[in-house]
Unconditional design. Sequence first.
Length: 464
Amino acid sequence: MNFNSSSLKIWALVMLLALTTVPVIGTTNLRISTGQNSYTPMSFVDGSSTNGEITVRKRALLNGEPVDEVCGGQTVTFEYTVWNNVSFWPADPPLYPNPIPADPLYYVNIQDAHPSLGDIDGTTVGITMPVGPSVVTFTKTKTISAGETVSSTVTVNANYAISGSPGDAVAANDTWTVTGVNCDVGVEKRVNGAPPSGGQAFTFQVRTGASVNSLGTTITSGVANAQNGGNFGIASLQLNTAYQFCETGLQPGWTTSLSQIAGSFIPNSAGGNPDNGVVCINFILNPDQPTVFQVNNSIPTGGAPARTIGYWKNWSTCSKGNQGGILDYVLSTFGSSPAAPPNPLPSPLPAINTGVMFGSLKIDTCVEAVNILDKSTIGGVKKASHPAYNMGAQLLAVKLNIQGGADPKCIGPYVIEAEQLLLAIGFNGSGSPSYSSTQGARMNTLATYFDRYNNGESNLCPLP
């Protein structure tokens, strides 16, 4: 049916607006006829045809949310929604004395001006939309590069007459702009206030889901070294997403300034025996406030906090962790003055000659040390419920910490007491030596003291 009179469509729209709520995307002044060519301004949505017969909305979405800024390399979904707003043609006496149902909307052709988006509806002649109110939605995806701005207009052309009569043609357009920004975090690493030198290297990670109850998932990492002056970026992060920035592999005898930031934590520390050579802080990426982490590592006077048995097991050449040979190196230094391990460690690692005395047992191999730290015999048989092995694991970590340059605090007398207990029960790293109830209770108490020390407890001294 061909209605060439624009007033018919205008009055049809007025009738529809009385019955239908059209989504508001923004407002503009649309002049609607109120009869006798008298016009009054009214609020309507952006992206509508001249008389509001159709409405188009274009949006860029990321994770279902509209965005005008994304990190470079992220893929957005462009969403195109078209509404047919006409449900009735008004009466036009004498030919049409009563309102009649409107026609479908034919030849709905949706085109985005951007070359990589182009045809949206996927047809050559356009689609047909039912009598209004009706709606159709299409989507297309596009990866936005850092520094790229995608700002283009989508245009919808359609016709209420199947014949394509020019008098029944309608059109609408809408524009959306989205920009790709450089979403990385910067790292400025210093060692005693100066850039790394020589072979020094420090590893940082960005994780998700890390907390005192979880190790989280490492999504990317980077290394600060002398070659990059300690400065580098970690890229490909998403906006407004919770992340954790972590320094890993903190050697005994060293501190990191990350530990001094409010809210810093050791991943999975609530689970017992964590690797406290890892320190994390929470952050959310905001491109309007560039994130730069300034981290300084130092060897404080008097030594740094100790490391846990979990740390020493991981940072050895013979364990599943196999994250480095720090345990091996420190074992090789017993017999010389305590000192923080160098960064980097020497390659090859020095031979373990002296080792460390442990009751009547001399520990001079990586495997023996890791098994004792695992509360097992030197042959690998688990003995976690035996007070001597439980205390022994923590005691060996204490000795490694002190030899590796950690602050001994007030733990020295208790180390001597623990060694005497091991000698008294004939502990040699194999079997299950007998002990009295008094000895068992004391070994459990000392194990608790040593565990507190190895976890770097700041208010440890004086011990009861």
